[in-house]
Ligand binder design. Structure first.
Ligand SMILES: [Ca+2]
Length: 113
């Protein structure tokens, strides 16, 4: 199956906040997954780049290779050493749950609205 990332990742300005956020989640996956030519999966290096560039506040303690290795192992459900979109979206949802729980508990957020 051929795959073509959307050349225009900027959502329509009329899109709602949630629509823009969801589009952004997909765009970030495409942006990093395509670096090795296979736009359908994130390898370990692509995951590391994604974390360093896109989650510098949320995962600031996940920058060393050992932590990246452990994170990949934990997220890689089918153990193929790569993250497909399903595995990525589970990780993204888990982060959203953590943000929700922290917000509900009154903890401060690094990226407050
Ligand atoms: Ca995998």
């Amino acid at each position: 199956m051929s795959f073509k990332p959307n050349p225009n990742p900027n959502p329509n300005p009329k899109c709602s906040e949630l629509e823009k956020c969801l589009t952004g989640i997909v765009h970030v996956f495409h942006k990093y997954a395509k670096k090795d030519g296979d736009a359908t999966k994130l390898n370990k290096q692509e995951l590391k780049c994604l974390i360093q560039n896109e989650l510098p506040n949320f995962l600031k303690d996940c920058k060393d290779q050992k932590t990246i290795d452990e994170l990949m192992k934990g997220l890689d459900e089918n153990q193929d050493q790569q993250l497909d979109f399903d595995e990525y979206i589970v990780a993204t949802a888990a982060l959203a749950v953590k943000i929700y729980l922290d917000t509900s508990a009154g903890k401060s957020q690094p990226c407050k609205k």
